[in-house]
Design a protein around this ligand. Structure first.
Ligand SMILES: Cc1cc2nc3c(=O)[nH]c(=O)nc-3n(C[C@H](O)[C@H](O)[C@H](O)COP(=O)(O)OP(=O)(O)OC[C@H]3O[C@@H](n4cnc5c(N)ncnc54)[C@H](O)[C@@H]3O)c2cc1C
Length: 342
């Protein structure tokens, strides 16, 4: 197991609210690490609607989900946060007053003075394709994410889906796979036009097999796939020999381990004090979509406000010896120095 990482605050979730929390904490000289299950930052904005417009960010008449993510990353750059992407926080233990030990599914261990849970709707979970008997193959030869490309080196792969993930992984894995078959139920792809063109060029060159239809049957032993049957739109079934299948049917959100952290909750959301955004456990805060209180609106702007108040309270735990003086970024030279603009 790796060495324990000691820092001031751990932010669980790198969605828009977790990202903005870095800014608010940074202004108060509080260092932060962030953990996110996804392999990229931006939460729902980046994962569910990167190209959709958002019209209600104060002072910004129009910005896309991805645009907002990039703007937030630029805004927090002066505070140099450390990201741990592709990791899920599993356990939180209270080991002091307050001091927490946090562990992730990859074995990373943190020791922190406060925690900001910015876990949104919880963890994004892949949607399972409607294929009977798929469960025993999951994690063994059916994978819903590519953690390490090497796993697929020289393998016969079946990529299933018609969106960006299916297309991106078709393009990325084709050069290392022994053979790659892409299956989609319609000959119409929702992904980026450039990716669709590249995929079609590989099909035309005979480097990728494209099958229009649905996977109906899996064959294999002890979780190891041997073949899949694909029923075409014309009703005919073809059998393809494969070593691994990668279905990309989109994501749903499930609460995940947040429910096990012993916090007071209502309707799968963490109840908070609206003066501090602290949960039922001192030093453990909940901001953004994951919290609830009377009048809560699941809006990005609400999460930004909550992050500011959370940081004020977290200061008491991180720097108990220091008095907190309220300052404006417009007029405070000390804040401007932290931002690198003075
Ligand atoms: C289609 C759509 C359109 C929307 N349009 C708007 C709009 O116009 N305006 C607006 O204000 N809001 C809009 N919203 C809502 C907005 O996206 C959310 O309010 C916002 O994303 C909440 O931010 P968050 O940081 O709290 O959570 P999220 O964005 O959900 O991010 C939470 C992050 O936490 C991670 N996470 C969860 N559990 C763990 C764990 N145990 N360990 C590690 N990481 C974890 C997740 O992987 C995720 O990345 C829209 C939402 C959708 C779906």
């Amino acid at each position: 197991m790796s060495e324990t990482i000691k820092t001031d605050v751990l932010i669980i979730g790198a969605g828009p609210v977790g990202l903005f929390a870095v800014f608010q904490l940074g202004l108060l000289d509080i260092k932060a690490h962030l953990v996110d299950i996804l392999d990229k930052v931006g939460g729902q904005c980046a994962e569910l609607y990167p190209e959709k417009p958002i019209y209600d960010i104060p002072g910004i008449p129009f910005i896309t989900g991805q645009g907002l993510t990039e703007a937030l990353m630029a805004q927090i750059r002066p505070f140099n946060p450390t990201f741990h992407l592709g990791e899920m926080v599993i356990t939180i233990e209270n080991i002091g007053d307050p001091l927490f030990r946090v562990t992730t599914d990859r074995g990373t261990v943190f020791e922190v003075k406060a925690i900001a849970i910015a876990a949104g709707g919880g963890s994004f979970q892949p949607k399972r394709p409607p294929i009977a008997g798929i469960e025993p193959y999951e994690s063994k030869s059916v994978h819903y994410a590519v953690r390490k490309m090497d796993m697929f080196l020289d393998k016969r792969l079946l990529v299933v889906g018609g969106g960006d993930s299916a297309l991106d992984w078709t393009l990325n894995l084709q050069p290392i796979a022994k053979r790659l078959t892409l299956v989609h139920r319609r000959d119409d792809f929702r992904g980026a036009p450039a990716s669709v063109s590249k995929m079609r060029a590989l099909v035309a060159a005979g480097s990728v097999d494209l099958k229009i239809g649905q996977v109906t049957l899996l064959e294999g032993d002890n979780g190891q796939l041997k073949a899949a049957s694909i029923k075409g739109a014309d009703g005919n079934t073809t059998r393809v020999e494969v070593d691994a299948m990668l279905p990309f049917f989109g994501l749903t959100m499930k609460l995940g381990p947040v429910a096990d952290w012993g916090l007071a909750m209502k309707d799968e959301l963490i109840t908070v004090d609206t003066g501090t955004f602290e949960s039922s456990k001192p030093g453990l805060f909940a901001i953004g979509d994951i919290n609830t209180y009377p009048g809560k609106l699941k809006l990005i702007l609400s999460g930004f406000h909550e992050a500011a108040l959370m940081a004020q309270r977290a200061h008491h735990y991180v720097h108990p010896e220091k008095r907190l003086v309220f300052q404006y970024t417009t007029s405070s030279t000390s804040l401007q120095k932290k931002l690198g603009v003075a």
